[in-house]
Design a protein around this ligand. Structure first.
Ligand SMILES: C[S@@+](CC[C@H](N)C(=O)[O-])C[C@H]1O[C@@H](n2cnc3c(N)ncnc32)[C@H](O)[C@@H]1O
Length: 421
């Protein structure tokens, strides 16, 4: 058997060392042979040695620019390495050589999306769909792409096609539940959440939303739901809430302290601190700033700002029960929209508040004590908050009507409260 045949045998048998030695010997005799370079590149690629694989695939495309698989594999390597411009270029070359290869266009679409080139990603997926009609992963990815672009009607169309062919496609159903809900297609949203519960997929979220849409008021949103929502939202939270939805509650809460600005609080507790927007608004008013939140990803963003003396991944009640320190200012900006029954929190906050300590927070409005509203957030009536304040030993210093954030271009009405222990 000649050396080439023997080396290929080693390669196929998974004998890396022998195959490597064989290809190196072959290349020593014939350095410009693109086939030997390609096979050596493939050997490194399969072994996970991506840099060496990239080197040899690059050599192949230099020697033989028509070698589509080498361009394609370079695309895979650059994508894995996060070098999306080079990955796009490599896939483009492969696509020129193989215009009927759906895999190339699929990967090119993923790369274009990473580059933020959504229109180009969309055309690539369309191309794949033309080559492989009804391909589930393409329809699904097109749904996700349209959802990211807030083209809800198109997104629903693609996800519905996925579900038509595969009624138990949990991720498509999960997206459909959200989209129907956002688009106020209540019956469809309810049916989809019910189906998710039956399939036991994201059932905590589905159960919470089902309660919200069917007018049942629960005591609080489930912890798992809060964590999932905010973990997935953390990267875009500020851009989406502040830039798009006009959220300024931390600054509005701070303005409630007008006249007290010269006073610096020894210790402030920011409950449900999220990415630290309240920390930014109150940092110059406090000596020591402690933050807590259920979502580790939100805390990660807050931590990077370097504003907090300590951050705690916990829920509000557990922290207040277990921590014996006292606080001079206690904040909860846009957090009680995830907690209906606030009686325990008020009792615990009172225990942890220093004498004369301030409790500053926002709520959305409700007509009764508290209610879970159709979009899955809680509102609280002013009389309910005043009642809790009185029962737990706070005096109400100020209540101000506020615009909390926009929803479908309408302002959500709320109240800001300043209480003193
Ligand atoms: C809308 S964000 C507000 C974040 C921040 N306060 C701000 O003004 O940007 C609500 C935050 O409250 C947190 N949260 C909700 N319920 C909580 C609970 N029971 N315990 C701790 N954190 C909670 C969420 O994880 C989320 O980060």
């Amino acid at each position: 058997m000649d050396l080439f045949a023997q080396t290929q045998k080693y390669h196929q048998a998974g004998d890396f060392e022998q195959a490597l030695a064989g290809y190196q010997a072959l290349l020593a005799d014939d350095l410009d042979n693109p086939q030997f370079s390609y096979l050596l590149a493939l050997l490194f690629f399969e072994k996970g040695r991506r840099d060496e694989a990239a080197h040899w695939f690059t050599r192949v495309v230099t020697l033989a620019p028509e070698a589509a698989p080498a361009h394609y594999n370079l695309g895979i390597i650059f994508f894995e390495q996060g070098d999306y411009p080079k990955a796009a270029q490599a896939y483009e070359e492969a696509a020129k050589l193989c215009p009927e290869d759906a895999d190339i266009f699929f990967n090119l679409a993923l790369t274009r999306k990473k580059l933020g080139q959504f229109d180009k990603a969309f055309s690539c997926y369309q191309k794949v769909l033309a080559l492989t009609p009804d391909a589930e992963d393409v329809l699904y990815n097109l749904g996700v792409l349209c959802k990211d672009l807030h083209h809800h009607a198109d997104s629903i169309w693609f996800f519905e096609k996925v579900v038509k062919n595969n009624p138990d496609h949990t991720q498509a159903l999960n997206n459909l539940g959200y989209l129907y809900h956002m688009e106020r297609e209540v019956d469809k949203a309810i049916a989809t959440y019910q189906k998710l519960i039956t399939l036991d997929y994201n059932a905590t979220m589905a159960g919470h939303m089902l309660a919200a849409l069917t007018g049942q008021t629960t005591a609080t949103a489930p912890e798992g739901y809060i964590r999932t929502v905010f973990d997935s939202f953390s990267e875009h939270y500020e851009e989406s809430l502040v830039d798009k939805l006009g959220y300024t509650v931390p600054a509005q809460l701070r303005a409630m302290l007008t006249g007290k600005n010269s006073h610096r609080f020894p210790t402030t507790l920011d409950m449900g601190c999220g990415t630290g927007l309240s920390g930014e608004a109150f940092q110059d008013l406090t000596e020591k700033l402690i933050g807590l939140d259920l979502s580790p990803k939100m805390l990660e963003v807050a931590g990077k700002k370097g504003l907090y003396d300590s951050l705690h991944e916990t829920d509000i009640c557990s922290f207040l029960r277990e921590n014996k320190a006292s606080f001079d200012l206690i904040l909860a900006a846009d957090v009680f929209i995830y907690i209906g029954d606030l009686s325990e929190i008020f009792t615990l906050v009172k225990k942890r508040a220093a004498v004369g300590g301030l409790f500053l927070f926002s709520t959305e409005l409700a007509a009764q004590d508290f209610c879970l509203k159709p979009m899955g957030r809680y509102g609280h009536a002013e009389y309910y908050i005043r009642g809790l304040a009185q029962e737990s030993g706070f005096s109400v210093l100020k209540v101000t009507a506020a615009s909390i954030r926009k929803e479908k271009e309408e302002w959500i009405a709320g109240n800001l409260y300043l209480l003193r222990a």
